[in-house]
Design a protein around this ligand. Structure first.
Ligand SMILES: CSC[C@H]1O[C@H](OP(=O)(O)O)[C@H](O)[C@@H]1O
Length: 382
């Protein structure tokens, strides 16, 4: 069945999409973001000159995805420092912009620590600001390198679990260049399989309600030339039942010390389907996403988002009279309340493997996870 939905990428533009960049125009340093809420219809850039603007961009998902949030948060601290704003206030606001992706706080605190260390060493605020910026650039580069190593390790794992190639991979949400300093996490593995001639098809969950799969993963897949097919989230079960899924590849926003995985809502049902159908369920995430201070899945704060994201479909530039706060087109009766968790948590026993840049954890145990993370650099201080 996989081949009858043949949709191969037709876009020859570079696969890697710079989701953010630091610039230093004459009027002062800025952080330039590719506004992901406008994709795929428009490639619009947001120019952030201070932390409050970046906090709003994070909350609206103009910039998103755990590793990229860490990088953006670190640059946000540097932006506050070089522009003479209160660094601690900026760091606190940025770290609290979204609660689930641990990378955000890790990136923010890393730049904040560098700033404080710069002052402690007797530097002036400009030198301390430069130290914060250097920390952000280092995190950016480390994440790009981690992305490449995760892709290699993930491809090797697919070869081990599914000898013979021709993989039909299902993925959820978006985990490519738009969440990373490099080519991403789970999507980077699919891209590596494609480049190695081992990807038969990427099944792309649309990922309601914000449609990161339909809008962003399809956009990235098209640019890569890989064969991909979009599906509604509730169609995934029938694909498993038809024997059309060889493995699930997803990202993560926070991995607890016991190996519980918080990821975009809809990930947990895929883990249950994968277990029932004896399909590998593989999480791909850098060690900066593992949080040793969160003991288990129940301890992970799951972000609850506004109900209008569920009750409306967003139709930019089409203001609708009577629409709720979101300004989208209502698909439910006005006043309908909605349950809208941004993430869910998959227990470690349903995870076949966690692929990090430092190694593959399988089976997933707290001990094995701690050993892999111990091999990584000190990611909080850099
Ligand atoms: C590998 S990080 C990507 C991760 O982040 C997404 O969440 P959001 O779009 O809300 O930032 C989703 O959980 C992805 O798996």
């Amino acid at each position: 069945m996989a081949d009858q939905y043949a949709q191969t990428g037709e876009d020859s533009r570079p696969t890697e999409i710079p989701a953010l960049r630091w610039e230093e125009p004459p009027e002062g340093p800025v952080l330039v973001l590719l506004d992901q809420t406008r994709l795929p219809a428009e490639e619009v850039e947001l120019v952030c000159t201070d932390a409050p603007a970046l906090v709003e961009a994070i909350r609206s998902l103009a910039v998103r995805g755990a590793p990229l949030l860490g990088i953006a948060g670190a640059y946000g601290v540097a932006l506050a420092a070089v522009r003479g704003f209160d660094v601690d206030d900026a760091a606190d606001a940025l770290a609290g912009a979204r609660p689930t992706a641990v990378n955000l706080a890790v990136g923010v605190r890393r730049a904040q620590s560098a700033y404080r260390a710069g002052l402690a060493k007797g530097g002036d605020v400009q030198q301390a600001a430069e130290a914060a910026l250097a920390a952000a650039r280092r995190l950016h580069q480390e994440d790009a390198e981690a992305s490449g190593r995760m892709a290699e390790r993930g491809l090797a794992l697919l070869d081990e679990l599914l000898p013979g190639g021709g993989h039909r991979i299902l993925t959820h949400c978006n985990t490519g260049s738009l969440v990373s300093g490099g080519e991403g996490t789970a999507f980077a593995v699919a891209l590596a399989a494609h480049r190695a001639g081992q990807l038969r098809r990427l099944w792309v969950d649309e990922t309601r309600p914000l449609l990161q799969g339909a809008r962003l993963t399809a956009y990235e897949a098209a640019r890569s030339g890989m064969a991909y097919t979009l599906l509604t989230d509730n169609a995934a079960g029938s694909l498993f039942a038809a024997g059309e899924v060889d493995a699930v590849l997803i990202g993560a926003d926070r991995i607890a010390a016991d190996g519980s995985v918080a990821n975009k809502v809809g990930s947990y049902p895929l883990a249950v389907l994968a277990r029932y159908h004896h399909v590998p369920f593989i999480v791909v995430a850098p060690v900066t996403t593992v949080d040793p201070d969160t003991p288990d899945g129940a301890s992970i704060e799951v972000e609850q988002r506004p109900g209008h994201e569920v009750t409306e479909v967003t139709a930019p530039q089409v203001p609708v009279a009577g629409a709720e706060a979101g300004g989208g087109v209502p698909v439910a009766p006005l006043g309908t309340q909605a349950y809208n968790p941004a993430f869910d948590v998959t227990p470690p026993e349903l995870v076949t493997a966690i692929v990090t840049e430092e190694g593959v954890v399988s089976p997933v145990t707290a001990k094995a996870l701690a050993e892999v993370c111990a091999r990584s650099r000190q990611v909080t201080t850099g």
